[in-house]
Structures are given as structure tokens and as C-alpha cells.
Design a protein around this ligand. Sequence first.
Ligand code: KG4
Ligand code: ZN
Length: 346
Amino acid sequence: ADSLKILGIETSCDETAASVVVRHSDGRGEIISDVVLSQLDEHSAYGGVVPEIAARAHVEALDVLIEEALLKAGMTLNDVDAIAATSGPGLIGGLLVGLMTAKAIAKAANKPLYAINHLEGHALTARLTDGIQFPYLMLLVSGGHTQLVLVRGVNDYQRWGTTIDDALGEAFDKTAKLLGLPYPGGPAVEKAALNGDEKRFNFPRPLVGEARLDFSFSGLKTAVRQAAEAAAPVSDQDIADICASFQRAIARTMDDRIGRGLERFNAEFPNPVEQPALIVAGGVAANRALRGALQSLCDKHGFRFVAPPHHLCTDNAAMIAWAGLERMALGLPADDLTVAPRSRWP
Ligand code: KG4
Ligand code: ZN
């Protein structure tokens, strides 16, 4: 097959992004341009993403970013073979902006449109960055999702575990808020933990020991609140100790939960062609305590641990473009211009 080029668009949360990606005839992917505008500054004063502000910011930025992505790639719309845009899950206002823009471009330039599930974008990124072969396991840990997914192929996913309450990133963000640390909480908690005593507090490790592969983090948040209240007024050292103990509880929890997932994978695929792989994606994948725990777990179970570069773990349009290319290369049908955005799309 010839090489395929695609323009990808991502607007499902608080990042506006556009990217041009090529799939070469040998199946290798190459990111030609990848531009992201984070709205972090516009939301941080509110301690979280405000949907209405996000949607308006996408409207203001998206056309400029698409032009920039094409310009950096040295291309015009005529040069790409298709348009791919996130059509869910996510905040409906942002999804509408991205998908309607993509439809307009597809119609005007007479190119096929691929409506992409954001989670599929995360799930397939490791094939773009590292050429990972199916099947593999993916752990998605972001502000909105905590999922362990068996990736058997394009369009062929099996969710093995999900959170029954808060997402892992949400637990970091809420813990940070409780302790008076800035938003987003993850990086702030990780930084504070560097000076902390991780053994000072024995925080709960929800669902550890259970056979099902789900996650739960809301009890951890309650325990953090109680520890902070008991230590009030909290000193910087108290905050550091709470953060370190919180991260330790998470590392131990993930060690148990994901360890079971790796064992199940080995049981289901006893004769792998390649070394089995665990992929991480999502903003929390930046966390060193979590990465360290996952790396040793993978070493123990004979898995390859794959963490794509940080800017491809967090929300971006290259992963959406790549998911479109994977569909094209398989000859999966493009989407009709009547396709609707879906705020929920498991
Ligand atoms: O994937 P992402 O950028 O956005 C979506 O949620 O879609 O993830 C953001 C989440 C936030 O909850 C943030 O606190 C968390 O990722 N995060 C971290 C770290 N960096 C970002 N959590 C823990 N440690 C970090 N270093
Ligand atoms: Zn995401």
C-alpha cells in the first residue's frame, strides 16, 4: 500500500490540538507536525476544567492550530488523504467544536472523515511510537479515566478493570486541593512527596487482594482529609509526609491490581510471539513513583514496560490522527457526515 497522510484534531477536554501524521507503506508511523495549546491557565483559577470556558477556547484556537499543523508539515488540505477528529468521550462542547470543524473541512476538501474514540487514540499510541504488536495491555491513568484494557487489535478492546469511583488523576487533584497545593494536583503532589516520609501514614489500599481488576480511590482521599485534619495546622513537613504516603499507597495498590492483570494476560496468551507489553497512557503516567512501581512489576512478570513520551501520553492530536490511519490501513469504513459526538463512549 502507498503511504497515507491524515490531519488529526483533538478537543475533548482542555487541550486544543492538531497534527499531521503519515503511515508509511511499511506500516511505520511518523509524526510530521503536532501542535497543542493547553488551556491550563484559563482553568487553574477554578481548580478544574470549566466546560463552557473550554468550549469557547477551542473555538478561538482550533482554526489557527490546524493551519499551523499543516504549515509545519509543509502541506495544504489537498495533500492529506483524510481527516480524523475525536468524537467522544469527553466534554460535549469541545467535542462539538472539533467534530463540526472536521466535518466542514472533510466536506469542503472532499476527504473522508474518521470519528475517533479518544480512548482508542490513547490505546494505539504505543504502536505509533514503539511499533508494539497486538495483543498488549494498556493502563490509562488520566484526570478522567483509570482503565486496564486488553488491546487485541484495532476496534478490538476488552476492558478488564475500571475505577468504581474517582479516577487516579482526580485522586491526585483532590488530595492537592485538600492540602492547599495548586492545580493540577499531580505534579504538585509528586514534588511535595520528594521531601516526605512515605511511612508516616498508613493509607488504605482499596480492593487490594480482590480477584476483580477494578480500582477505587475515593477512600484514599477521605483518609488524606482525616490525616490533614488530625495534623492541623499542617506544616510543610506534614504535607510532604502525606503526599509521600499517598503515593506509596497508590504504588502498592497498582502493584497488586496491575500484577493480577499481567498474570491474567499470561494465562490468556501462554505462547506469545513477542515479549508481552504493558503500555501506560494519560497524564498520571508522568508520575515517577507510579512508573517505578510499574517498571519493577513488569520486570518481575517478564513484561516490557512502555511509556510513550510525556507529550504523547497526555492529550494530543497525533494519537487521534494515528487511530484514523490504523482504521484506513485496515480498510475500515470512514464515517458519515451525520456522525454525532458522544460525551460518553466506553
Ligand atoms: O491526560 P491528562 O493530561 O488529561 C486528562 O485527564 O485527559 O491528565 C491530567 C491528570 C491530572 O489529574 C493531573 O493531576 C495528572 O494527570 N498528573 C499527574 C502528574 N502529572 C499530571 N499525576 C501524578 N503525577 C504527575 N506527575
Ligand atoms: Zn486523554
